[in-house]
Design a protein around this ligand. Sequence first.
Ligand SMILES: [Mn+2]
Length: 394
Amino acid sequence: MYKLLSHNDLDVVGCGILAKLAFGQDVKIRYNSISSLNREIRFFLENDSPETFLFITDLSPDEENEKKLNEHYKQYKNIQLIDHHKTALHLNEYQWGTVIVENEEGRIESATSLFYQFLVANELLEPTEAVDEFVELVRQYDTWEWEKNENQQAHYLNSLFFLVSIDEFVETMVERLTSSERFDFDEFETRLLNMEEDKIERYIRRKKREVVQAKVGDFFAGVVYAESYLSELGNELSKEHPHLDFIAILNMGSKKISFRTIHDHVDVSEIAATYGGGGHQKAAGCNLTDKTYKIFVQNTFSLDPMMQDAKRNRFNVKESSFGTMYADREENVYFILQKNDKWRIEKGKKLLDNTFTSFDEAEIYLKRKHEAYLVRDELFVEYLINEVNKEKSK
Ligand SMILES: [Mn+2]
């Protein structure tokens, strides 16, 4: 008998599907949160027969269970932990721990891709083209590589996962992976997934109007409330507001905060860790506690949502050396313009002292300090006409 303990996202359920393919009826699978994982481990150590082989994927035990698992392993040799979280790297010191964030060729791993390699290497699962493809889709979604590769299939797979129950998803995938030579979606799923993509887009468009900008410690964060499509939302908001270090997504119902960033200079797993959470460099989370409630909810509640940059401008565009016009909530007007190789900011005709080496640097300053936004062409043209008229009437 095998037992697999894991939490529940596509990467984890991908492990569950591989376990089903490898062991069939001979495996019990439990999807856990971190706290229930430690309960499950205690239960396993106290009640399961030593014949049972335990897999833990994508999660790590607390310190107490780490020691107990090691004692158990010394006696029975029946434990394997597989993870790709940086925060679990210390478990590599145990014979039963395999934690790899990035392999030797620089490929970023997921729990599913690591578990697959383990099963194949130990001849517990026969690799096939269909399973290869499935595992790669899970890995690309989990690492967000799908976006760079424009691998829509990977995004579809995650959307399908959220459209049906875990059991139904596992059953459908196991059936498909055992019966088809290639991995693909059927016609009905494709139609459904197209509709789902549209729905996600509309949801994100709505959420973009609700983000507030907040200073959190040394960082600038975008704070938003949401309970669906967190990764998609975090990614879109990060791209929309590159002057923000990270996005904090608050789910009041589950009392959880998710952190996302697209930047390399920020490690959200470290930020989450300061609040008792964890995760990856670009995606992490923690619980909503009294402390985090105060920082992210109470302190930001009275703030107005950020204004969005105009999208379809032809004249007032970024990096124009003649000047790009911005405004803030108090209707102050700013121009970012180039003067002798340097980028400068003009606030209501007055040139500020600061100099910047790039347009982006100037814009980050302006957005962080004044929450200024790129104004629409209409306003820009109107402003210029007014200026010309003022000159004439002098
Ligand atoms: Mn994972």
